[in-house]
Write a new protein. Sequence first.
Length: 240
Amino acid sequence: MSRVRPSGRRADELRPVTLELGAAPRAEGSCLIAVGDTRVLCTATVQEGVPPWREEIGGWVTAEYAMLPRSTLARTPRERTGPRSRTQEIQRLIGRALRAATDLETLGMRTVIVDCDVLSADGGTRTAAITGGCLALWQASAHLVGAGATPADAVRQLVAAVSVGMVDGELCLDLDYAEDVRAEVDMNFAALEDGRIVEVQGTAEGAPFARDTLDALLALAEAGTRQLIALQRSAMKAGS
């Protein structure tokens, strides 16, 4: 018999997801994503110009990530002297995922910065940032098209991300914090709308795991990202 998860969900069930486009009306694109008790505000800012090493090549998409001080149970200090190594790793992950979904050449000599600020953290903040950040990026791209600045949508397809893991010997989709801290295996997974994989970050927190466990986790994660992309499409339709 499957164990009861803290949230009461099935092993293959996502937490409730809401996607609010335009949550930050002064940004060119924005999305407030809620995944259970995890909430991340994603805003996309369009800036003219690109990093020096991108000149003569095309546009650029990058990401910044931060956890607000009381997004966690105890206050998290602000990173005033620069991002810590964990933050840098997450920012790079988000940026890679968003660039995989983008035709950078279509952006022209512009940079889109996607800021992902965690308002409430209950596990899966980096994966929520990718899923919500993609919609903020899409809205910013639509803004450029509407202004006549770009000839077409630079977001060529959607990207979404989800966590999976093994908790008490059971494979589970979309871990919340109570599961994440106890997981024997923890994995973050990002994929494009066409099913191609952007990133897999998987770790055995205790004993090593078998190849068939990896295959089962990947299948579970793929099903989760397909559900999230369907929710993204619904939010885009409602917001257009």
